[in-house]
Design a protein around this ligand. Structure first.
Ligand SMILES: [Zn+2]
Length: 492
């Protein structure tokens, strides 16, 4: 059941937005004509007021939080209790939260998402949407509880904590505390290892159930996975964290590698497979490796222990600085983070936050203390890099324009408001923008450390290209499958 649908909200906004945009867009077009590709920074008066992205303005660190046990104690909450907490919170904080369900598990449990933001029901045009997903493995529920506390932290700190206020005023944070409630229901507290409860009610590992970039994934799509796929196809998430247990490390794409098929062919027994994997586990790096490493380090370094890179057990690996490439740890097919990144350009990493998968409840308080700063600072990273709009000459936003940062062949697309975001570290970049019916365009820009770069791009119709029959294809169109095939420049 969907209580309210922030997903659908904002339809009426479009016209309103276009009207708001017009004067500024005219200015902008003039500006672009005069000085082609220039970085437009917040504060120099070129951007639309409504879209002003406030960079993290040297705020004091978020304050520590200890929950009021009356509202949320450090215990595990079953599905009914979780639902009750989310409903009560949305009733208590209607201006900061919105509760919706993205679908149901096999056994009919709602996959609840709580939005926490100063604009919980409507996307804030020009500002990023981000997400956390917990408990994709049912027997790894520390993340599930951390996310409930994160919600409680945000709503109770908004009026008193400058950092939280800034974050919620400039970001819509979608929190799915449990992606696998059925698995959780059959998991046992105190069980540190093993697979009981890991899978959904049909025995599928949901983190092996997504379409894969490197290898055909023949696993039948599960309702939980389909719900998440549908969700992320509707909202352009800029940044995401998926919370797991069983290790202490921030792991980043790719999880799979072009060699995994070969590996499968070679090894027949699982022991042999494990041996091959140990020796063959080479990193499988994305073109955004610098950014993924950075994001992982932000989590690890703000965590009480993760960046020390201490092994959970003597037989398990120690991770330098508490981060690892997914495939370098062990390759897997059908993982959620690769899917987020390759299909939608969403920078998702996997956060393994407890050595024990299902530790006793009395340890939850300690886990919260270890993770609270990481959970908040990681989300703030959505405000790093470039963001902007793609317009036509009339100043109307161009939806589904394909965008690539040159040299980073995993592309992404603009939203229906023409918005785009990309997390990038300081440096010089070139962006390539393509849209059906328009001439492609390359624009150079600069990223600085202190604040995001605002970059608006106006595309001109591609009439002359059509007339002359020029076929312009891009050699960089091969990686992003979702974008591939949409890069033709002439209208059909
Ligand atoms: Zn897991």
């Amino acid at each position: 059941m969907i209580l309210r649908t922030p997903l659908a909200a904002g339809h009426q906004m479009q016209l309103q937005l276009q009207l708001l945009l017009l004067p500024s867009v005219l200015l902008l077009v003039l500006h672009l004509l005069l000085c082609d590709a220039k970085t437009v920074n917040p504060g120099d008066g070129m951007q639309v007021q409504h879209h002003q992205m406030t960079a993290e303005p040297g705020l004091p660190e978020p304050r520590a939080y200890m929950p009021d046990a009356q509202h949320l104690d450090f215990v595990y909450h079953d599905h009914e209790e979780l639902t009750r907490f989310l409903r009560a919170t949305s009733a208590r904080y209607p201006n900061l939260t919105a509760l919706y369900s993205i679908g149901k598990s096999i056994q009919g449990r709602d996959l609840w998402v709580m939005v926490v933001s100063s604009s919980p029901y409507e996307h804030m045009v020009g500002k990023p949407d981000v997400k956390y997903v917990g408990n994709i493995h049912g027997n790894e529920p520390v993340g599930r509880e951390m996310l409930l506390h994160l919600i409680q932290y945000f709503v109770t700190s908004y009026s008193s904590d400058q950092y939280v206020k800034w974050l919620l005023d400039n970001t819509r944070i979608h929190i799915l505390p449990t992606m696998n409630p059925d698995g959780y229901a059959v998991s046992k507290e105190g069980t540190c290892d093993g697979g009981q409860g890991r899978y959904n009610a049909r025995g599928f590992d949901l983190n092996r159930n997504f379409p894969d970039y490197f290898k055909q994934n023949n696993k039948r799509g599960q309702p939980e996975t389909d719900s998440v796929k549908d969700w992320i196809s509707k909202i352009q998430f800029v940044l995401s964290g998926s919370l797991h247990g069983g290790a202490l490390v921030a792991s980043y794409p790719y999880d799979n590698t072009p060699n995994s098929r070969l590996l499968k062919g070679i090894c027949r027994s699982s022991a042999l497979c494990a041996m091959f994997q140990t020796y063959s586990a080479a990193p499988s790096l994305t073109p955004d490796d610098d950014v993924f490493k950075h994001l992982s380090l932000v989590y690890a370094r703000n965590h009480a222990k993760m960046s020390r890179g201490v092994a959970c057990k003597s037989a398990t690996p120690a991770f330098e600085n508490g981060i690892t490439n997914g495939a370098a740890w062990y390759p897997l097919t059908g993982g959620m983070q690769d899917y987020n990144y390759v299909w939608y350009g969403c920078m998702e990493i996997t956060l393994e936050i407890s050595c024990c998968k299902f530790p006793p409840a009395y340890e939850l308080k300690k886990y919260w203390e270890d993770n609270q700063l990481s959970l908040i600072k990681f989300l703030a990273e959505a405000h790093r890099g470039v963001q902007g709009f793609v317009f036509d000459p009339a100043g109307m936003p161009i939806e589904r324009a394909s965008i690539k940062i040159k040299g980073r062949d995993v592309g992404f697309q603009t939203t229906k408001y023409g918005e785009f975001w990309r997390i990038l570290l300081p440096g010089y970049y070139k962006v390539e923008v393509f849209a059906e019916g328009f001439a492609p365009r390359e624009v150079e820009f600069v990223i600085v450390e202190q604040h995001p770069t605002l970059l608006n791009v106006t595309l001109q119709p591609s009439k002359y290209l059509v007339a002359s029959g020029t076929s312009t294809s891009t050699k960089s169109s091969t990686v992003n499958r979702r974008v591939t095939g949409k890069l033709q420049l002439s209208p059909e």
